[in-house]
Design a protein around this ligand. Structure first.
Ligand code: ADE
Length: 314
C-alpha cells in the first residue's frame, strides 16, 4: 500500500522569499524613517531637530535625549513624565507626541513642529504686544491650561520659551518634562499639592517657593506673569539674581509701568495673588469659568478660539 501524498500542482519557478515588511501604520518608526534637518533648540538634557518623514514628507520636531546623560543626572523620571503627559493630551494648543523610539544611545520624541518658534522671540523682537494681541494669546494659553488641568496635568514651568507658535501663529505649549500628573486618590479627588520641583525663577509661584507645593493654581500665577510680560515687555518679578527674584515674588513686589491698560492690570492683580486658593482661576471648573469671564476676555469667542485667525503682531 502506498501512503497518500499531497497532490502537487505542476511546478512553476518559485520567487525567492522576500524580507518580511510591514506597511507603515503598524510598524514602529525609527531613526531611518526620518530625514533630519536644522537644529531647533537645545536644552540641558535634550536637542530638538527639524525632521521630515521620508514617506509622507510630513514635518516634525524630534526631541533627542541622551540616555547616558539622563541616567547619570537622575532625570529618568522626568523623561517618563514628559512621555506620559504628552501621550494623554490631544489639543490644538498643546504640542502632540506622534511617535517615540530609541537606539543604543538616544531616546526620540517625534513632536509637532511649531514653525514660528518661541513666543519669547516675538516679545524680544516687538518689545511688547498691543492689548488685542495680548488678549488673544492669553486666551489661547488659558484654553490650553484648562484642557491640561482637565486631563490632570499641571505644567509647572509655563513661560514664553515653552510657548511655541505654529504656522497659523497659534500657541502650542511644549516641555512637559517638569509637569505633574495628578493621581485620583481614594475619595476620587485629585491628590493636589506635593513635590519639590522649582521652575524658572521669574515665573515661579510663591507657594512653590514657600511650601514646595505646586497646584493647578500655580499655572495661573505663571499666566499672570506672562500677561504682564506681553504688555510691559518684561516679567513682573526680576532681580539681578534668583535669590532677589524669589524675594520679590514672595513679597509681591512689582509695579505696573505707565500706560498699562486698566483691564489688563485688573486681571494681573487677580492672578498675582499670594494665596493660591484666592487666585482667579482656582477652585476647579467654576474658577476657570470666572477667569474666562473676566472683562479682559470680553472680546474673545471661546468656542471658535482655535479656528480664528491670529491678530497681526505689530
Ligand atoms: N523648539 C523646541 N521644540 C520645538 C518644536 N516642537 N517646534 C519648533 N521649535 C521647537
Amino acid at each position: 500500500q502506498t501512503t497518500p501524498t499531497t497532490p502537487t500542482t505542476p511546478t512553476r519557478p518559485q520567487r525567492p522569499p522576500l524580507t518580511p515588511t510591514i506597511s507603515s501604520p503598524a510598524r514602529k518608526k525609527g531613526v531611518k524613517d526620518f530625514e533630519f534637518g536644522r537644529l531647533l533648540g537645545e536644552g540641558s538634557y535634550s536637542t530638538v531637530v527639524a525632521a521630515r518623514d521620508r514617506v509622507t514628507q510630513r514635518e516634525y520636531a524630534i526631541k533627542i535625549l541622551d540616555k547616558k546623560h539622563i541616567i547619570k543626572e537622575k532625570k529618568v523620571k522626568y523623561v517618563n513624565i514628559e512621555k506620559n503627559t504628552l501621550n494623554k493630551m490631544t489639543h490644538p494648543g498643546i504640542v502632540r507626541l506622534y511617535y517615540t523610539f530609541q537606539d543604543k544611545d538616544s531616546l526620540y520624541f517625534v513632536l509637532d513642529h511649531a514653525k514660528n518658534g518661541e513666543l519669547l522671540n516675538f516679545i524680544k523682537k516687538l518689545s511688547s504686544f498691543d492689548l488685542r494681541c495680548t488678549q488673544f494669546y492669553a486666551a489661547q494659553i488659558l484654553s490650553a491650561i484648562e484642557y491640561m488641568h482637565n486631563q490632570g496635568v499641571i505644567h509647572r514651568d509655563l513661560k514664553p520659551e515653552n510657548l511655541l507658535l505654529d504656522e497659523k501663529m497659534h500657541i502650542k505649549v511644549t516641555d512637559f518634562g517638569t509637569a505633574k500628573i495628578l493621581e485620583q486618590n481614594s475619595d476620587g479627588k485629585e491628590d493636589d499639592r506635593a513635590n519639590s520641583f522649582v521652575g524658572t525663577a521669574e515665573y515661579v509661584s510663591p507657594e512653590l517657593l514657600k511650601e514646595k507645593a505646586a497646584c493647578k493654581s500655580s499655572d495661573f500665577w505663571a499666566l499672570g506673569c506672562i500677561v504682564y510680560q506681553l504688555i510691559a515687555g518684561r516679567p513682573p518679578f526680576k532681580g539681578p539674581n534668583e535669590y532677589i527674584t524669589f524675594q520679590k515674588i514672595v513679597g509681591l513686589e512689582y509695579t505696573f509701568p505707565e500706560g498699562f491698560p486698566a483691564v489688563a492690570r485688573d486681571l494681573v492683580e487677580k492672578l498675582l495673588v499670594i494665596d493660591p486658593s484666592k487666585r482667579l482661576g482656582a477652585g476647579g471648573q467654576a474658577g476657570v469659568d470666572r477667569l474666562k469671564n473676566h472683562k479682559f476676555f470680553d472680546d474673545i469667542k471661546w468656542d471658535t478660539l482655535w479656528q480664528q485667525p491670529a491678530p497681526k503682531l505689530l
